[in-house]
Structure formats: structure tokens, C-alpha cells
Design a protein. Structure first.
Length: 163
């Protein structure tokens, strides 16, 4: 949404109100900001420990994540306990559902050894979803799946848009 705003007696236009939602920080408050935005970044982090950390921070339980993503409950449980190799499409879906910041999504993918660096239409769309989901409530797993299907690509999960 395009908004007109006045700053220092100048009218500017900005898309969304992203700038108002991210705290301006100084070196004195970096720890507070990192805590608020749910960063873990510990040496012992794994995909499972980081997902559990994020879910706890956001107050989301496994059954709710299943509803938000369409990923089978047993698969989610295996991800949370590091008993399964993670798939790119599922980690992107989880990132979208949890509305992770781009840096959080990148960290999650890094923990799984997954890179979106290959220039494919699917990777470009995944990156677009990850860059947008924290700031746009319209970006949901089912909406992302709808976009992927419209481009002739496989959906991230079995979750579909209700018509």
C-alpha cells in the first residue's frame, strides 16, 4: 500500500509502513532488538533446535504449524527433532507460516545446508516469498502454493487455497 508521509516538512511516499515497524537501533540496544526478533544463532543450533526456539518465541505449537503449512505432523515432528533431512520447499513453507524475517529464513536454510543461489524460477519465487512474508500478511503458504501452481511449478506443500 502506498502511503504519503511527511518527514522534515517534505512529503514522501513509501510502500507499506515497514520503516515504522523496525526499531531504529544503537549499539546500546542491539541485544534487545535481537531478542525481540527471535534470533538464536548459537553454535549448537540445528534446524530442529532453531525451529523449536522460533515456535516457542512465537507461541506456536506443532499442531498449529501443521494447519498453517499442510506439512504432515509426523514430518514436522521429525524436523523438530532432527530425525529427517530437511527439504527446501518445507523449510520455505515453515518460514512463510512463521513469518520469519529474511535473515531468520536464511539462517534456517543455512542450518539445513540449503541455498537459493541457483537461478531458477522456483528459487526466485521462494526468495520473493521469504523476503515478503514477515511484512505482508497476504503472503501465506496457501497463497504461495497458488502462485507456484499458476507458474506451472510444484506447490511447496499440499495446503491449497480455499475457493
Amino acid at each position: 500500500m502506498l502511503r504519503k508521509k511527511k518527514i522534515d516538512d517534505r512529503e514522501i511516499y513509501q510502500i507499506d509502513d515497514f520503516a515504522n515497524r523496525i526499531k531504529v537501533f544503537t549499539s546500546d540496544c542491539v541485544d534487545d532488538i535481537l531478542n525481540e526478533y527471535s534470533f538464536s544463532k548459537k553454535e549448537e543450533d540445528t534446524v530442529g533446535t532453531y525451529l523449536r526456539f522460533l515456535m516457542k518465541k512465537k507461541g506456536i505449537i506443532g499442531a498449529r504449524l501443521y494447519e498453517m503449512t499442510g506439512i504432515d505432523k509426523s514430518t514436522l515432528s521429525e524436523y523438530l527433532h532432527d530425525n529427517r533431512n530437511q527439504q527446501k520447499n518445507y523449510l520455505v513453507a515453515i518460514s512463510v507460516a512463521l513469518r520469519l524475517l529474511p535473515i531468520q529464513s536464511k539462517y534456517l536454510l543455512d542450518l539445513a545446508g540449503i541455498c537459493l543461489c541457483k537461478h531458477t524460477q522456483e528459487n526466485w519465487l521462494y526468495q520473493l516469498f521469504l523476503d515478503s512474508c514477515a511484512f505482508n500478511k497476504q503472503i501465506t503458504v496457501s497463497k504461495c502454493n497458488e502462485i507456484l501452481i499458476s507458474k506451472g511449478l510444484a506447490p511447496m506443500t499440499n495446503l491449497r487455497v480455499l475457493k
